[in-house]
Design a protein around this ligand. Sequence first.
Ligand code: ASP
Length: 509
Amino acid sequence: MTGGKFGKILLYLMIAGIVFGIAIGGFFPETGGAIAFIGDFFIGYLKMLVVPLVITSMIAGVTGLGDIRKLGGLGRKTILYYMVTTSISVLIGIILVVIIGPGKADTKEEQLRLRGGFNFSELFYTIEGNEITFKKGQLTKKFDERYMIILKDQNDIRGNIRSNSNEKTIIVSNWVKEDESNHKPVNATPSAKGKGVIFDLSLSNKVIDKQGQTIGETLKDVLLGLAPNNIVRAMAETKILPIIVFSMIFGAILTTLGKQGKPVIDFFIGANETILKFVQLLMLIAPLGIACLIAGKLGAAGGIEKFGLEFKKIAYYAVTVMAGLLIHATIVLPLILKFLAKRNIINYARGMSTALLTALSTASSSATLPVTIKCTEDNNKISPKAAGFVLPLGATINMDGTALYEAVAAIFIAQLYGIDLGTGHLFIIFLTATLAAIGAAGIPEAGLVTMVIVLEAVGLPIEGISMILMIDWFLDRCRTTINVWGDSIGAAFIDAGLESEHKLKMSTT
Ligand code: ASP
């Protein structure tokens, strides 16, 4: 499928599909939306194959190692590879976002606008107790409890909004101002009239409420996630991590059973082959599926025109993430590939191209997994032992791209809100971004969800996520591609290790 002449044709068709998808979705958004279901069908079918594939390839992979004691070394090496590469990628992300500062505003006014605040400098108001009233028709927007009101002309006396029943009257919880000696809020009484009001997000409260999850709790969550009570439910909910651990232990035990285990092992090897053939069939409609997926996504965003009008800052943010991903993908990972796995970089990348394009178009490492396995084994001649072990595990826990993005996004949000992060905070972001990536499922936008872990750990407002939403469908694709690239290089790295072990054994016997 992915090799030879047919593989090449498939690749060209996929690229044509991407161009076609961009053209349709970009210029005829409605048509894009209308054909999106074909893309959903394609991705739905791929997803359907994920659980059986993970189970069979994991068991076939582990049992293929024969001796369970070898698994220890292989397991350690694989985890080490995952940890080192993910840490490097997070570090690249942190350095870039701190240097570039995509969310840093040039002026206070810009800062306010960026985080969704408003400055009504011409607005007249009257105050009675906790009630502030504006002239009818002057305030054109309603504000909820997430906002606070700042009276610019009264030394920044402020109050959190309690209710805003109409566009004329707002009730604040109580008026405070900052104590100059210790910067803590103290009660204040504003004068009855004035002009000029700022509506800003009441950040202080947000930060205080969101400090819930500590690193210890996050670690606990990851650990508890491995024991989902019911393995069938975990399968039904595509919770891959517990399934992987279960299959790994199941496979490991099988290798110790001798004769009794043999038919079971054979069953899983056969089942694995079958699912892989299934994927091969599905790839025949990949170009069409990809075209429709992209057309649908661009269509939903409102076409290329709308997309082009997005914020400058968001563009800087996207560029920062992309630059980080590129550095990791074209420098760090290839160095490992060349010097530790002893492979030709260009050839290896060429062999993986179908998988990388599938990742780009599906934004899901898990959905891409079947293609990733096919490409590494068939095109790049990685042994099924290494591929079967490293890739399924990597598709869920080794996400270099996601980890980098999580760190950049969290720091970007802090910059937008005008929060200065110290080294301690950056270190927590480093740790939690890695964890959040491990915890993210290999499905579209999973990283966006687990980012809450990072934001909460450093007390950043969760609402910040809404600011990066509009570009996330695009960045998701890019980071997923890097996730898959990282996994495939991991397979080469482990394969090289197995090979040298094998040679060593041969020479000593
Ligand atoms: N979509 C990503 C993946 O499947 C996960 C994420 O970053 O959202 O690898």
